[in-house]
Design a protein around this ligand. Sequence first.
Ligand code: SAM
Length: 290
Amino acid sequence: MSYVHVPVMVNEVLEALNLKADSIVADATAGTGGHLGEIAKLIGISGKIFAFDRDPTSIEFCQTRFTELEFPQIKFVCTNFTNIPESIPENMLLDGLIADLGISSFQLENKERGFSFKYNTPLDMRMNQKGDTTAYELINKSTELELANIIYKYGEEHLSRRIARSIKGNKYIINSGLELAKIIASAYRGKNFKINPATRTFQALRIAVNDELGELEKLLNRLDSIIKPGGRVAIITFHSLEDRIVKHFFKNNHETWRFISKKPIIPKKDEIFKNPRSRSAKLRSVEKIM
Ligand SMILES: C[S@@+](CC[C@H](N)C(=O)[O-])C[C@H]1O[C@@H](n2cnc3c(N)ncnc32)[C@H](O)[C@@H]1O
């Protein structure tokens, strides 16, 4: 079963990007094309959109959803967003770029991708399954201390040492997300928790497997070379580690980038009600100074 991802803060993103009919735009994280479709409708066929995703199945999904006949203005590229400068025509500058970070429901709910703690399927978690290390391999090759550090650093999980000890001390091979989630829950024994106890550890493993924070920093550092003066960038983050990187990058580079709003934009109550996944989203947008 394929889940189409419900895009977050679509109107806020469109407003932040301030696009015109002939704008040239990049969607750095096309996913299943929620933001992409709205951008395509807004700029029409006289504009141009480059849609990127490092996940081949997401790009294939979008190519089927947005046929070349109906949406000739969209060009799809399956690559990491750090390669955007090499993937657009030389000397072309963009009016806008959106990056909606993390994974989509399409990926999370696909059992075979191994992102979820709900399913009894192999722990993969690679956004591009042609990539190198799976979460299963990462767990097995890391020492207990290395694993604890990953869980602490990328999951901000205070029980990281206890969880790493339970994982590495487990007698049986941990094959699936569900098995790993049970071991994490046992390490939580006696503690109260509001969210599933596996949430932070799974986030940490996913970030490490895909080097998500490293890739985000590389993208931010390359933006100046692809955005026009006056062009805009909108970035949606889903946890404080990413948001901190985005906020500090634009603050530290204030001679090039101007925040469009001082505070990040967060979803309205009715959006959170309709799409609970949006509750942790923050949108930061900037304009390149002329
Ligand atoms: C939250 S989803 C985007 C959803 C999309 N905005 C929509 O409306 O359907 C994030 C997407 O970004 C992709 N992604 C994450 N990091 C990436 C990177 N470094 N380069 C390219 N794509 C990336 C993921 O594979 C995933 O499909």
